[in-house]
Design a protein around this ligand. Structure first.
Ligand code: SF4
Length: 225
């Protein structure tokens, strides 16, 4: 699939169709499926990488005594330390990356909507937050867009994600006529988002046409005949 730039994108393995979830299923998403063919994808499943297996007993995100962690009640294993260590190793290995697309609601990957509990066994639900792996990623890459598939259902957030993902990759090509101008735009978009008009005006210089249409709100994109 031809495109001007190919961002380096880290994706939760289950979102790419791999059957690695705790219940042995995948979590393919129509928007993620449209984005990944245009990127150089690095897949990651922190729970499988930690040797938890597929299928596996559920783990729960907790906050106890002000500390965040993950616990697997069935095995009695607290896997917080190994999860953090894995995340840091992974981050060190990938070095440069243009964005992350992680799975929502997960105690490991969730950027949003992950349930957390005031006890390690997952009995007393307190609210929603983000998973342990996602926390380390967001800390390590403040400049890079980190999203999950649920948040991208909001089309204005999707536009911002696409613009930052492809914009960062485009800057690295050395082919940008005014890199300082683009850097300035990217900083502003990261802070405040991007309007429909600006997305449509600036985006086509570096975002593939199918994804421009997706960002314009055309969920179903048909091939021209
Ligand atoms: S959400 Fe993350 S840890 Fe869970 S199955 Fe998907 S990739 Fe693996």
């Amino acid at each position: 699939m031809g495109s001007l730039v190919r961002p380096k994108l880290v994706v939760s393995s289950c979102l790419t169709g791999e059957k690695v979830r705790y219940d042995g299923r995948s979590a393919e998403d129509p928007v993620v499926s449209k984005i990944i063919p245009y990127c150089d994808v690095i897949k990651v499943c922190p729970e499988v990488s930690l040797g938890l297996g597929v299928p596996r007993p559920k783990i729960y995100l907790y906050k106890v005594g002000g500390r965040w962690g993950v616990y697997q009640p069935e095995s009695g294993r607290d896997i917080t330390k190994s999860m953090v260590a894995f995340a840091r190793r992974f981050i060190k290995e990938i070095k440069e990356v243009d964005g992350f697309l992680l799975k929502s609601k997960s105690p490991s990957c969730g950027v949003s909507l992950t349930k957390f509990y005031s006890d390690r066994e997952g009995k007393n639900l307190v609210g929603i937050s983000r998973g342990i792996f996602a926390r380390e990623v967001i800390k390590a890459f403040p400049e890079v867009p980190v999203e999950d598939e649920m948040r991208l259902k909001d089309v204005s957030r999707l536009r911002k994600f696409l613009f930052l993902l492809f914009g960062h990759a485009y800057l690295k090509t050395g082919k940008v006529k005014s890199p300082e101008r683009l850097k300035k735009i990217l900083r502003r978009v990261a802070k405040r988002g991007i309007s429909f008009e600006e997305f449509v005006e600036e985006g086509p210089s570096f975002i593939p046409e199918e994804l421009i249409l997706l960002g314009m709100g055309y969920g179903k994109v048909h091939q021209a005949t």
